[in-house]
Design a protein around this ligand. Structure first.
Ligand SMILES: Cc1cc2nc3c(=O)[nH]c(=O)nc-3n(C[C@H](O)[C@H](O)[C@H](O)COP(=O)(O)OP(=O)(O)OC[C@H]3O[C@@H](n4cnc5c(N)ncnc54)[C@H](O)[C@@H]3O)c2cc1C
Length: 594
């Protein structure tokens, strides 16, 4: 089924649930107006529907054949990539001095949502290029910027991010790729990286690798890692392409999903060492990576939202067309569309509610990142950065977890046809799964939330956030609309559970860190329930106030209510598993272990 970018819904969520309207009113985005934003989203929607979305199924079946070190992208991908770059999408939030448009990350996030729905396998390449040019822009020398930055921002060249090695996945500090000083200010790299997204392809003339490596005299662990820029082709002084550098793709992986995104093993130094240039300072590579980590994690989270949106649209359409069975509540013998069966309706509403909740969390995270960058003074920027730091692991892990859950429900809505590849429902499920793993596994995100983010500013950051969530609940109460059902009460309970679990975690971090870790994943889910529930409620209240037919206030209230009454309501049980069940995890030996 053709994908339709939900531009109006996305714009409404961005403005009312995530807080863009308030950010515009307080001048965070300068002269940028609502009309400008609507126009950009409209164009991104058209580009997604017309150019990216049609690539998705074709990319899945065709994959990226690899022969003699060369990766061939599926038919039509080169043309689509050229259209992408020439339309300026690659540099939407890129620095304006280097060919970008310097638009807010929140606008980029909303567009990214649509692009991911179009094709995760296509957009993950540009997303990594965006991360690469962000690192170069923040930490590169003027000379490196002059040679590489504009070409990365405009998409003339692509970028890769290379951390992973066979023995160094979540534990980046274990990496062994070596970099030696060449004596002329450059370095020579030797080693192997695995699982490198778009490490090799035929979309552009050059590929710029951003590689973590270790100097001979580096201290062990993450304190001894440096970041290097390593071009596939060296660049001459006049900007033309020179010799091939000593880096190559050795092979590509055969994977469960995102078949059109080549995942490469990269080999450095067959002929003495690949020429690399230092980004930032020696042994400060992790600091450079952290500059872009929040954005990259958010982008991957948005991948979960995008694929969930596509799976949801498809399931709704299928359930409308497919007829089976009769309604228990009707005397008619005619079979009915399955959307009318209560259990199918439950599945469809779960898909829509989870997708919309994850979307609001991601957009709110993007606005916090914008505040961290564009806030009016140091205090405003710090508060924005702290909020973004708190929400980023939730945005990444919850959105990608629900990406898979929603796609799985989508398969179920299709019945047997969901398991048959032709419908495309199975592809969404297979594609969605990787986003829970890369850019820091979701387990690592939960650990980050519990061990580093909850304790930010002595717990004051999370406390201020919970207070804001409570204000959203008060707005639901003040609306005094019976259509909200038990929304306010259920959200109150979810926030109270989250608050108690937060206090418990803050105590355990000092007393018994393993106990805090045992509940980290459940805690992250509770965090998402309270956040998503309140943001959906904000959106529904705004829709009912706006008196604007396009706001679909009835639908938005129904979604907010469904989320509060059937999903957020799980939080009190999760609280028990966080605060009372740690010993069930940490106490006994692993069953069956020798
Ligand atoms: C398709 C694909 C594309 C990728 N693209 C890139 C890329 O472009 N660049 C790049 O550098 N990498 C890339 N990766 C690698 C990816 O980021 C890693 O696979 C990921 O970080 C996990 O590392 P790992 O596979 O070694 O798993 P491991 O680190 O071995 O983890 C296995 C399990 O153990 C858990 N675990 C590990 N350590 C801990 C701990 N300390 N505490 C609790 N739990 C823990 C994890 O959460 C996970 O569940 C890609 C991977 C794939 C499959």
């Amino acid at each position: 089924m053709p994908f339709r970018a939900p531009v109006a819904d996305i714009a409404f969520t961005l403005k009312y649930a995530a807080g863009l309207k308030a950010a515009l009113a307080e001048g965070l985005y300068g002269d940028l107006g609502e009309d400008d934003i609507d126009a950009i989203l409209e164009e991104a929607g058209k580009f997604t529907t017309n150019v990216i979305a049609p690539l998705n199924a074709l990319g899945d079946t065709h994959g990226t054949p690899f022969k003699d070190g060369v990766v061939t992208t599926p038919p039509g991908w080169k043309e689509a990539y050229r259209a992408w770059a020439s339309a300026g999408w690659n540099g939407l939030s890129g620095p304006s001095d280097w060919g970008g448009q310097d638009l807010p990350l929140s606008i980029n996030a909303a567009c990214n949502d649509m692009w991911n729905a179009g094709s995760m396998a296509f957009i993950i390449g540009p997303v990594l290029t965006m991360a690469a040019f962000e690192a170069l822009s923040a930490h590169g020398t003027d000379e490196l910027k002059t040679i590489y930055l504009e070409k990365l921002v405009t998409g003339e060249w692509t970028g890769t991010m290379q951390l992973t090695e066979p023995q160094a996945g979540s534990d980046v500090g274990a990496l062994r790729t070596k970099a030696e000083r060449a004596g002329d200010g450059s370095y020579r790299l030797k080693g192997q990286k695995i699982f490198i997204t778009y490490g090799e392809h035929d979309l552009t003339d050059n590929i710029i690798h951003f590689v973590l490596a270790r100097l001979p005299d580096a201290p062990p662990g993450t304190k001894g890692i440096s970041l290097f820029l390593v071009p596939k082709f060296l660049v001459n002084k006049d900007g033309s392409l020179g010799e091939r550098n000593d880096v190559r793709a050795h092979s590509i992986e055969h994977k469960m999903g995102i078949h059109a995104s080549p995942t490469c093993t990269m080999v450095y130094g067959d002929h003495g060492g690949a020429v690399g240039y230092l980004i930032g300072k020696e042994n400060a590579g992790m600091t450079c990576m952290f500059t872009m980590m929040n954005n990259a994690r958010l982008s991957v989270g948005i991948g979960g939202v995008g694929v969930a949106e596509r799976a949801t649209q498809q399931a709704f359409e299928y359930a409308h067309e497919r007829k089976q069975g009769r309604l228990a509540s009707s005397a008619s013998n005619d079979s009915v569309p399955i959307e009318l069966h209560v259990d199918v309706k439950r599945m469809l509403m779960t898909m829509r509610a989870l997708t919309n909740a994850a979307r609001t969390i991601c957009y709110a995270t993007a606005i916090a990142l914008d505040r961290g960058k564009r806030g009016k003074d140091d205090a405003a920027r710090k508060s924005g950065s702290d909020r973004a730091a708190l929400l980023t692991p939730v945005a990444k892990a919850f959105s990608t977890d629900i990406g898979t859950e929603v796609a799985s429900i989508g398969v179920q809505v299709h019945g047997g046809m969901g398991y048959i590849e032709e419908t495309g429902a199975a592809q969404h499920y297979r594609d969605a799964r990787i986003a829970q793993i890369y850019e820091g596994t979701n387990g690592i995100q939960a650990i980050d939330l519990v061990t580093r983010k909850v304790s930010l500013n002595g717990g004051a950051t999370v406390k201020a956030y919970l207070d804001e969530l409570r204000q959203s609940v008060e707005k639901v109460r003040a609306a005094n609309d019976p259509a909200f059902g038990m929304t306010a009460k259920r959200l109150d309970d979810a926030i109270a559970s989250l608050d108690r679990a937060t206090q418990w975690i803050l105590i355990q971090l000092a007393k018994n860190p393993d106990a805090a870790l045992a509940g980290a994943t459940s805690y992250l889910r509770m965090f998402a329930h309270a956040s998503g529930g309140c943001m959906l409620a904000e959106e529904a209240v705004a829709a009912s106030r706006s008196g604007n037919g396009a706001a679909h206030s009835g639908d938005r209230i129904a979604i907010a209510r469904f989320f509060a009454e059937t999903i957020a309501v799980q939080s009190p049980s999760l609280e028990v598993s966080v605060t009372e069940s740690a010993d069930a995890v940490t106490g006994p030996a692993l069953p069956g272990a020798a």
